[in-house]
Ligand binder design. Structure first.
Ligand SMILES: NC(=O)c1ccc[n+]([C@@H]2O[C@H](COP(=O)([O-])OP(=O)(O)OC[C@H]3O[C@@H](n4cnc5c(N)ncnc54)[C@H](OP(=O)(O)O)[C@@H]3O)[C@@H](O)[C@H]2O)c1
Length: 285
């Protein structure tokens, strides 16, 4: 995966670097237990490497046990304490088993990074016999994290902890065709998280919503037209999340998102008409 050092000029402008003080990070996370979901690949994997330090306990969750073991081996060699819990977060019974183990941790959990996710890009016409696309998107992007957090909120309150939600800029922009399953499930969780944020903050739990643009991970590989679009590197995203942890930021979004949001309000109907026109032409060909 490309590091930000390999960015084009456009990528540098769109995704300016974050200055990450490693010492400040170590001080902020001293003796913390950090749960990362979706830690086997992409952003979650890069984050595990960025956070690893001798006095930090990382708890890594994802389905691919072999990959988690590999990451654990490498991080342990650097002195970090790592526990892996291979879990399919879209299966409620597996989430229950995970919760049982997490609640037994003697030092509890200080930080939860809700990152695991799955995207599906499919037209509604190709989805007519695929109700399961919608249930599985909701299972991993909405119900799984809600179930997990309902169990962990009391622990996080006790530790005055921090929850970071890895969201997408699209949930704040005009809707895009072909993305109904993914975007509705990401939006559902984003709304849930923003609804509970004041209650969590009032109880001393810090919350951060991270709104990401395109990120160069395996998630975007199946979408060919993303190949030439500017994307962030997952290492860069890991730095952004570390920065949010140090400064207890409430929100991260790229600087230009506000223009996209204004454009969505002002030109939302035009955007929908352009999409309709484009899709109609595609159907005729
Ligand atoms: N890439 C982008 O352009 C982009 C943009 C905006 C937001 N995001 C968000 O960023 C987050 C991370 O995505 P990524 O780009 O790093 O994608 P990725 O490389 O595909 O990583 C996704 C992670 O989620 C885990 N995961 C998927 N389904 C799971 C399940 N049922 N149970 C447990 N873990 C599961 C995967 O591990 P296993 O396969 O081993 O389970 C993997 O570790 C997602 O929430 C995504 O929505 C990504």
């Amino acid at each position: 995966m490309p590091d930000s050092k390999n960015y084009s000029l456009l990528q540098h402008i769109l995704f300016p670097p974050v200055v990450l003080g490693k010492l400040r990070l170590l001080q902020a996370l001293h003796q913390k237990t950090i749960l990362i979901t979706g830690a086997s690949y992409g952003i979650g994997e890069c984050l595990a490497y960025a956070l690893a330090a001798p006095d930090i306990h990382l708890i890594l969750v994802a389905r691919t046990a072999e990959k988690l073991s590999l990451i654990k081996q490498e991080l342990k060699a650097g002195g970090c304490r790592v526990t892996i819990y291979p879990t399919d977060l879209s299966k409620p019974e597996q989430v229950d088993q995970l919760i049982e183990k997490l609640l037994q941790l003697p030092n509890g959990i200080d930080i939860v990074i809700n990152n695991a996710g799955k995207s599906i890009r499919r037209s509604i016409n190709d989805s007519l016999d695929r109700y399961h696309d919608f249930t599985r998107s909701m299972a991993i992007n909405y119900f799984g994290p809600v179930k997990l957090l309902l169990a962990l909120i009391p622990v996080l309150k006790g530790k005055q902890g921090h929850i970071i939600n890895v969201s997408a800029i699209n949930v704040l922009l005009a809707p895009a065709p072909l993305w109904s399953a993914y975007q509705s499930s990401k939006t559902a969780f984003d709304q849930w998280f923003r609804c509970v944020t004041p209650e969590l903050n009032a109880a001393g739990v810090t919350t951060t919503s991270v709104y990401l643009p395109l990120v160069k991970t395996r998630m975007i590989v199946p979408t060919a037209h993303y190949d030439n679009m500017p994307a962030m590197s997952p290492e860069h995203v890991a730095h952004i999340i570390c920065n949010c942890l140090i400064h207890k930021k409430k929100r991260y979004a790229p600087w230009w998102l506000i223009f996209g949001q204004l454009g969505s309000v002002i030109f939302g109907r035009l955007w929908a008409s352009v999409n309709t026109h484009h899709l109609r032409r595609g159907q005729k060909q």
